[in-house]
Design a binder for this molecule. Structure first.
Ligand code: IMP
Length: 453
């Protein structure tokens, strides 16, 4: 069977911890979208591993698959694999031959386009990893796929077609000087070498077939979504989104497994007990703001909101894993979660970081929005309208700081009563049971209610 893990908010919900927890019972952990814009930390055998591309299960001896919906930077891939090997691990990572390759010019163009867009407030605050430009080439049918790296003639043909276009764009439209990142011979030599290594190590697969065969053999496959619902290219706050589909539908098209196969399994929505966001765009329940990311913010919020935002940011370690940027923070937003639950059809929830909110006198939740005099319980389809939504808050009594490791060991009943009331509210509103509650950063700091495998 499959278990699909989906971020219910804006990314950074703590998906890695849940993948880690439930991944124990999985044989294969597959990613279905995104690339090295993700960031997850895995603590294993006293070592901390920071990964952005390799599925976290590969640290624990599972087969890690990067599905066709991923965009793969071979430099990052081999850097991460080599680091794991240096630390004595033997990761088994397979890459879909249909996945698209991030080339150096994609990164350069990502940076330039963000710069240009910032003049019109359209910059998404990307991670600069070349994600958008690579997906753009995929849809424009001019991309280079992983399978092409293993076929030198095809690789050369693809590069000879696309690179002059990219060079003209960079030089003639954006007026920058181009170097090796836009040079066909240089790219051909270095990417053919990556192809040779992929072939030597037998790393490429037909992902759909590979995964379907494993499932037919009775194995368990975990599908690890990166980013989150509200930065989905279709269902998120366009244009402040990533360029892939983190929602559950992405797990089908991004691996080649049928919707009926994924639908027979479980889909777990990962919810952070408050909100955090790296990047721009509206955020109705935001507390204070972060300069350069919060629209119109220049350090001018009231002192109480600033203090609360800083408290939550510091307690929750809300600084980007990939970029180190401070994250924007806000109260939990139920319209956002109702939207996420509908799009992905969650069968269970994991609610993380309830320990971060401990010690506050009260905890607020954006229960519904007001938009143009009407109450709404879900997110409007346009970002402009979303930016005009005013949250209607519900206030919950706070819960105390307790020994969270003891709570994790004792189980759900040991969670402070007011925190349980908060969790039950979320579960009732989404009509979805809580499977797990994250009460700390470590793998053991989780109250497990249900095990989906
Ligand atoms: P890109 O994915 O680098 O193109 O960035 C597009 C948007 O998605 C930006 O607002 C990023 O901050 C956001 N983003 C991308 N990856 C992540 C992630 O793993 N967590 C949270 N936000 C992300």
């Amino acid at each position: 069977m499959t278990v699909t893990i989906v971020g219910a908010q804006l990314g950074d919900e703590g998906k890695g911890g849940v993948v880690d927890l439930y991944g124990d019972a999985a044989d294969v952990v597959a990613r279905y979208q995104g690339g090295d814009n993700a960031g997850h930390t895995v603590v294993h055998g006293g070592e901390t591993y920071k990964l952005s591309l390799v599925p976290s299960g590969a640290v624990r001896g599972k087969v890690g698959v990067l599905g066709n919906g991923c965009v793969v930077n071979p430099a990052t891939l081999f850097e991460e694999i080599d680091t794991l090997r240096e630390k004595g691990l033997d990761p088994d990572v397979r890459i879909a031959r249909r996945a698209h390759v991030i080339l150096p010019y994609h990164r350069v163009l990502d940076g330039i386009e963000e710069d240009v867009k910032s003049d019109d407030d359209l910059a998404a605050g990307t991670t600069g990893r070349g994600i958008g430009p690579t997906y753009e080439d995929k849809m424009g049918r001019r991309g280079v796929r992983v399978g092409d790296l293993l076929d030198p003639d095809t690789l050369r043909d693809r590069l000879e077609y696309v690179v002059p276009q990219k060079r003209a764009l960079a030089e003639d439209v954006y007026g920058i000087e181009t170097g090796e990142a836009f040079d066909v011979d240089h790219l051909y030599d270095s990417y053919r070498e990556y192809g040779e290594r992929l072939a030597e190590e037998g790393m490429t697969v037909n992902a759909g077939e590979f995964l379907a065969d494993r499932i037919a053999d009775g194995e368990n496959v975990m599908m690890e979504g990166a980013q989150g619902t509200l930065i989905d290219i279709d269902h998120g706050i366009y244009p402040y989104v990533t360029s892939s589909n983190p929602t559950a539908g992405g797990a089908c098209v991004g691996t080649g497994l049928a919707p009926t196969t994924v639908g027979q399994g479980e889909v777990i929505g990962i919810v952070k007990a408050y909100l955090s966001r790296v990047g721009t765009g509206p955020l109705p329940t935001e507390l204070a703001g972060v300069e350069g990311q919060t629209p119109g913010y220049s350090g001018d919020s009231d002192a109480e909101a600033e203090e609360l935002a800083t408290y939550i940011r510091d307690e929750g370690g809300e600084y980007g894993t990939v970029t180190g940027r401070p994250r924007r923070v806000g109260w939990l937003d139920m319209p956002m979660l109702r939207h996420a639950a509908r799009v992905s059809g969650f069968t269970g929830l994991a609610v993380n970081h309830i320990d971060v909110l401990a010690g506050l006198d009260e905890v607020k939740v954006g229960h519904t929005y007001d938009l143009d005099g009407e109450e709404r319980d879900s997110v409007p389809a346009t970002t402009e309208r979303w930016g005009r939504c005013e949250p209607n808050y519900r206030t919950f009594d706070g819960w105390p700081e307790v020994d969270w490791s003891a709570v994790a060991a004792e189980g759900y009943g040991a969670i402070p009563e007011n925190a349980r009331a908060y969790l039950e509210y979320v579960s009732d509103e989404l009509d979805t049971p809580v499977y797990a509650v994250g009460v700390g950063p470590g793998r053991d700091d989780t109250v497990v209610v249900e095990r989906p495998f």
